[in-house]
Design a protein around this ligand. Structure first.
Ligand code: F0G
Length: 456
């Protein structure tokens, strides 16, 4: 059959409260055109993030009931640890409350002032946590991949040439690790090929620098390897995952993505002394190493969810339903980042609202307009998130002005998506009437969460 259906039945539902455009107009003004400040109950379709917003399965909920809440050495921890070890193959595994806790612990232990950390593209929390250590995050993507309209199967790949050039001219004692983010969230949810992971690993080994993977969307990345990298066509997702991680020295993970839970994460390494330091910091700020800031029940749900995320029927539905949204938008001339990747559709707001200059935040403007017209909440991944003011007081901007429609896992049906398509097309057809925004108030780190904006 050509029609791909949601491979699940719905056992429990959560009502959506409908509201009017007049109500949403007031809500936008009261939240200073910052959608992070809008109440969830005022949102019709919430595509702000795919993080922690998925629907757990009946098996995961059963796991929640089975959670062992012992402070030390709980059964749930042992189950979690066995599953993570079996899938990823690392020696040392620490649970954390979410991805950024893993990042903070790892970078606190590995980075010092003046260091640099190369990546394909750092996610915003990774970037901020590196900066917080006084180190510098560097993104290394080939220029042709930065064009949102260019079509390549693995636009998340790190540029091997840029990496080698950087390492050749750098003081290597200042590069404590290399990171690869899979899939590349800030770069459009684009996958990284196995070939690229192997090449980055070879360079890392040559220069004796550890390689860590930001593993949030490991299953989606493995699916793209299976369908786009010929060699792996007949491999199981699990076998692909194991191979991907065999080239790394460790990983950080937000279980809120491809473990399909509402909270949780982990930090893995093969290095005993790094693990010892990680563990000490974990105890100080997260919790004892067998729960790491989580409840036993959370560890149980993560262990079950990790395997569910690698199910081929689930991944087929997941990636194909995102492609469905992308194709319909493209058919109606809406400029989106191509090809469609995992977890989200990224609208190119720079092209969509070409009459709005970058210093008036076209991405944020479009996100607000989608909320106004349809009650859809999504996030800007552009100059509000990645721009700012440098040490000389000069404004700088992001590479692209994107708006991300992130799909929570197993949460919305096709008719929800058809509604989203209708709203986006409606806004596109009336785009010339839309006006820019300016910042009224902002903070130094992660300003997009709290910035207050107003109409130009
Ligand atoms: N790395 C990547 C690639 C991410 O996408 C995220 C979170 C993190 C690290 C941090 O994980 O939220 O558990 O602390 N991304 C979410 C998003 C917030 O909306 O893309 P966390």
């Amino acid at each position: 059959m050509k029609t791909i259906i949601e491979p699940f039945r719905i056992k429990s539902v959560e009502p959506i409260k409908m509201n009017s455009i007049e109500e949403r107009k007031k809500i936008l003004i009261n939240s200073h055109f910052n959608l992070f400040q809008v109440k969830a109950q005022d949102v019709i379709i919430d595509l702000l993030t795919d993080s922690g917003t998925g629907a757990m399965s009946s098996k995961q909920w059963a796991g929640i009931m089975n959670g062992d809440e012992s402070y030390a050495g709980s059964d749930s921890y042992l189950f979690f640890k066995d599953v993570v070890q079996d899938i990823f193959g690392f020696k040392y595994i620490l649970p954390t409350h979410q991805g950024r806790a893993s990042e903070r612990i790892l970078f606190s232990n590995l980075c010092k002032e003046g260091d640099i950390v190369p990546s394909n593209t750092h996610f915003d929390t990774t970037r901020a946590n590196i900066l917080f250590q006084g180190a510098k995050p560097i993104d290394l993507i080939d220029d042709e991949y930065k064009d949102t309209q260019s079509i390549f199967p693995f636009k998340g790949n790190m540029s091997i040439k840029k990496l080698e050039d950087l390492l050749k001219k750098s003081d290597l004692t200042k590069i404590p690790l290399i990171m690869i983010t899979i899939t590349n969230n800030s770069g459009g949810g684009q996958p990284v090929s196995m070939d690229n992971i192997i090449k980055v690993s070879n360079v890392a080994k040559k220069y004796n620098i550890p390689l860590y993977i930001d593993a949030c969307r490991f299953a989606e990345n493995a699916y793209f390897i299976k369908i786009r990298e010929k060699k792996y066509k007949n491999w199981s997702i699990k076998k692909i995952v194991r191979k991907m991680f065999s080239y790394a020295d460790g990983c950080t993970m937000s279980a809120k993505k491809d473990a399909i839970v509402n909270i949780g994460g982990f930090l893995c390494t093969n290095n005993e002394s790094v693990n010892e330091k990680n563990q000490n910091l974990l105890i100080l700020t997260e919790g004892f190493p067998t729960y790491g800031g989580l409840a036993g029940r959370d560890l149980e749900a993560i262990g079950i969810g990790l395997n569910e995320a690698m199910d081929i029927d689930y991944l087929n539905y997941r990636i194909k339903s995102i492609e469905y949204l992308g194709k319909k938008l493209l058919k109606n001339d809406v400029p989106i980042l191509q090809p469609t990747g995992g977890h989200a559709i990224y609208i190119d707001a720079g092209l969509f609202l070409s009459h709005i200059p970058r210093n008036q935040f076209p991405g944020q403007v479009l996100a607000c307009e989608l909320y106004l017209k349809g009650g859809i909440r999504c996030s800007e991944i552009g100059s509000l998130m990645f721009g700012g003011i440098d040490d000389n007081g000069k404004e700088f901007y992001a590479n692209n002005e994107l708006v991300r429609l992130a799909m929570p896992r197993r949460t919305y049906t096709q008719s929800h998506i058809d509604y989203v398509i209708e709203v986006v097309i409606n806004v596109y057809n009336n785009r010339k009437e839309i006006e820019g925004l300016k910042i009224a108030k902002q903070s130094k780190y992660l300003r997009h969460f709290t910035a207050k904006l107003k109409k130009v």
